[in-house]
Design a binder for this molecule. Structure first.
Ligand code: GDP
Ligand code: MG
Length: 140
């Protein structure tokens, strides 16, 4: 299995409740390494562009508003099979369906305020990492 990188975001509901360390511990305990990390307050334009793939969905406006409601922490996670592994650690989008021990099961407030984002494919991971980080900001 190849070493991969994936983009992770700790969402405003997580930073508001001071959960950065607890969530980062889940990644590290399960073999993912945080090779880049910064705290940002996304503009509406940034959040809208990042989630452009969802712009026709009924929840798009609310999602952009939520993602700009407070600080986020954007990260690059590295490890074996990192894209799929991070999706496993995160759990299902809707916390009601998330498996025990996952971040969303333990911490998410709702289907929208679900604490974390993770890229869903290696191709999207490359695009999403480049959206937030330059090459020199990632230190493996
Ligand atoms: P993810 O890849 O598991 O994050 O889920 P999606 O890519 O399908 O959706 C992106 C984000 O939009 C989710 O993480 C939620 O924050 C939000 N979202 C997804 N589905 C819904 C929904 O049905 N209602 C609301 N309000 N938000 C949603
Ligand atoms: Mg998604």
């Amino acid at each position: 299995m190849a070493v991969e990188r994936t983009l992770s975001i700790l969402k405003p509901d997580a930073t508001r409740r001071n959960l950065t360390g607890k969530i980062n511990a889940k990644f590290e305990e399960q073999g993912l390494r945080i090779v880049a990390q910064k705290r940002l307050h996304l503009s509406e334009a940034q959040a809208g562009a990042f989630y452009a793939v969802h712009k026709e969905r009924p929840f798009y406006k609310d999602l952009v508003s939520f993602m700009t409601s407070g600080p986020v922490v954007v990260q690059v996670l590295e490890g074996e099979n990192a894209v799929a592994k991070n999706r496993e650690i995160m759990g299902a989008t809707n916390p009601a369906n998330a498996a025990p021990g996952t971040i969303r099961k333990e911490f998410a407030e709702s289907i929208e305020a679900n604490s974390v984002h993770g890229s869903d494919s290696a191709e999207n991971a490359a695009t999403e990492i480049a959206f937030f980080f330059s090459g020199t900001e990632i230190v493996g």
